[in-house]
Design a protein around this ligand. Structure first.
Ligand SMILES: [Zn+2]
Length: 448
């Protein structure tokens, strides 16, 4: 009997939780633009906003609900009638609407924030979910601060809202406090103890205050959660939410440990990351997993040499699989000769052994002074070293912008994609890169 892949629902909250992070607010048009990209990315649910929070939020949720028809569109509401009515007003024309109701359940929130008792909390959660259900068949409930809630009480609340008609139970680690083993146990406890749980979807919503949002989410999946709440680039309140791209690629790359599937189109990950960054003006940290500028950059010579021979030596996933146009080999003082030769070829020059030695010596001296050797530096260096020399064979006319950059070293340096180069044969195996054994050996010496 063929076993069907278990599908993980990807619930993107970039437009709601993500938008709440400092510097990441978006206007109506920007939200709509990003929502289209989230649709292309293949997310299952778009949480478009918190309609009662402001008129702008209401209009944005409504616009997304009216225009984006494939994914479920969710709107957030506190557990009270005006919020739920406002959310429904914004969502009612959606092809697939979802009302997402939340209410804090931890004693600290009940006592200091809401000033209600546990019994009042239980009753309010039940009533709010029934009320939401009177409008919409798809109702998600989140017990805010679940990871600091007494598990017995948490299970009672969850049971009550399942009875009232909730179809997704989202377990938020609102303050980013939990650790993977603990969070996995909590999900397992909920699955074991809440009556009716087998008919609803358990979801994880993790914050990154201790840098464990993705790890906690993965633990939840392993324990039976089938929806993950996440954001592009991991943006969100404080240290952010679990990052969509990291969860999705962890599932893909480690399919042996996480035998699940998502509807995400990998090649749309990087475009989504870039679009968000462009809209908010908040850059992605360079070493951010999957979408950072350096995520596929290799500087150490030994790594560069290996990657050029076969990307699998140091790459667990290809840049192309997440939509990064090409891998970047950063040329710095740790770079080997092999990488330098490839870059020269890409700039239109092929050197014989002696000429390359010459260029390489100068390159290392330059790289010692400046951190990263950009194309225009390299072009200058080539021109200075080999004023039309017989040993330098232009393969083709250098690219016009490379020439312009070389002519004007003060021109702003736009990061230029650096193709990874290794051409592959029909079976995906890299073709040999020109170079003799001796040459390769020296690369390793330089690299280490
Ligand atoms: Zn959150």
């Amino acid at each position: 009997m063929a076993t069907e892949q278990v599908r993980i629902t990807v619930f993107d909250t970039t437009l709601r939780d993500g938008e709440q992070s400092p510097g990441c607010s978006m206007n109506h048009q920007e939200k709509l633009r990003l929502a289209h990209q989230l649709d292309r990315l293949g997310v299952d649910v778009i949480e478009a906003g918190f309609p009662i929070a402001s008129d702008g939020d209401f209009e944005a949720v409504k616009a997304v609900a009216d225009v984006i028809r494939r994914p479920i569109i969710a709107g957030l509401a506190r557990a009270c009638q005006p919020d739920i009515e406002r959310a429904w007003d914004a969502l009612k024309d959606a092809a697939r609407p979802r009302i997402h109701v939340f209410l804090a359940t931890s004693d600290i929130h009940l006592q200091y924030k809401l000033r209600i008792t546990r019994d009042q909390c239980l009753a309010q959660a039940r009533e709010a979910v029934s009320f939401a259900k009177s409008f919409c068949s798809d109702v998600e409930f989140s017990p805010e601060d679940a990871t600091r809630t007494d598990p017995d009480f948490l299970c009672r609340v969850l049971e009550a809202v399942v009875e009232a008609g909730a179809t997704t139970l989202n377990i938020p680690d609102t303050v980013g406090y939990t650790v993977p083993s603990e969070f996995g146990e909590l999900i397992a406890t909920i699955r074991r103890r809440v009556k009716g749980i087998e008919d609803v979807t358990i979801s994880a919503h993790c914050h990154n205050d201790l840098g464990m949002a993705v790890a906690n989410t993965m633990a939840a999946i392993a324990a039976g959660a089938r929806q993950v709440e996440c954001t592009i680039n991991g943006i969100g309140e404080r240290a952010g939410n679990a990052s969509l791209e990291e969860i999705v690629m962890a599932i893909r790359v480690r399919h042996d440990r996480y035998p699940y599937e998502t509807g995400i189109v990998g090649e749309q990950i990087f475009p989504a990351s870039q679009m968000l960054s462009e809209i908010t003006g908040v850059p992605v940290q360079p070493n951010k997993a999957v979408t950072g500028r350096n995520a596929f950059a290799h500087e150490a010579g030994i790594h560069q040499d290996g990657v050029l021979k076969n990307p699998l030596t140091y790459e667990i996933m290809t840049p192309q699989s997440v939509g990064v146009p090409d891998s970047k080999l950063v040329l710095g003082k740790h770079s080997g000769r092999h990488a330098l030769a490839i870059r020269c070829e890409q700039l239109g020059y092929q050197f014989d052994r002696r000429a390359l030695d010459d260029i390489y010596r100068r390159f290392v001296r330059l790289a010692d002074k400046i951190k990263h050797v950009e194309d225009h530096h390299l072009l200058e260096l080539i021109r200075d070293t080999h004023k039309p020399a017989a040993s330098a064979t232009p393969l083709f006319e250098p690219l016009p912008n490379a020439v312009a950059a070389a002519a004007n070293p003060l021109a702003p340096e736009s990061p230029r994609p650096f193709p990874l180069a290794p051409q592959t044969n029909a079976f995906g195996a890299p073709l040999p890169v020109p170079g003799d054994q001796h040459h390769d050996q020296e690369d390793y010496l330089w690299g280490v």
